[in-house]
Write a protein that binds this ligand. Sequence first.
Ligand SMILES: Nc1ncnc2c1ncn2[C@@H]1O[C@H](COP(=O)(O)OP(=O)(O)OP(=O)(O)O)[C@@H](O)[C@H]1O
Ligand SMILES: [Mg+2]
Length: 221
Amino acid sequence: MLELHHVSKAYAEERQVLSNLTYTLKAGEYVAVMGESGVGKSTLLNLVAGLDTPDSGEVVIDGVVISKLNDDDATLLRRKTLGFIFQAFHILPHLTLKQNIALPLLLNNMPAHRIELMLAEVGLSGRGDHFPHQLSGGELQRVAIARALVHRPRLVLADEPTGNLDPDTAHDILQLIRTEIKKNGASGILVTHSHTAAATADAVLIMTKHGLRKAESVRSG
Ligand SMILES: Nc1ncnc2c1ncn2[C@@H]1O[C@H](COP(=O)(O)OP(=O)(O)OP(=O)(O)O)[C@@H](O)[C@H]1O
Ligand SMILES: [Mg+2]
């Protein structure tokens, strides 16, 4: 599903973030990535999403080298195949919640039939016609999650998706992300600082400056 081949990324010569990182994520595999702040977790997700390009090495999604695609093809692949849940969510303020959640469907010419279901799954039934300014920060994060999953992406990338949420809501949201990934046979990467959150994935990877290695994990729930 996702292959990283000798991926390196530096932001300046003295700022080597990823060096020679190689990793394969299989179809249907859901992993958590933990590691200290600044080690490069968000950088890694940005490279996988094609939002940034590696200095060397290749990011391959379903056999396609994304850094070799032109901008249009990269956008199409991203739109169809990926679901992003980033902590800095980008909910559009002038659209209702329903309209925000419908965006990935609209962009992919897919029917708009899962919107109410997704609203219900993130606990926001009946609020589809509200505008983002009528919601709390945690509720907005749930809208971002509904939007990221509505088009059943094959690869879900989540960067601290529950950082803004109380523990109970965080638990529910993490279960929802897992359930959606598994139901759709998708793959996923969950970046988190929380061991509890990480335990909802199939496996936990620890990121250090030397790369990614598997940690022991016992999945909860
Ligand atoms: N656009 C940028 N320009 C310069 N340096 C950057 C840029 N983006 C990230 N960095 C640096 O690269 C390193 C890795 O950043 P990254 O955001 O990937 O870390 P992280 O593992 O996600 O950390 P956190 O757990 O705090 O979110 C950090 O030292 C950061 O300061
Ligand atoms: Mg980060």
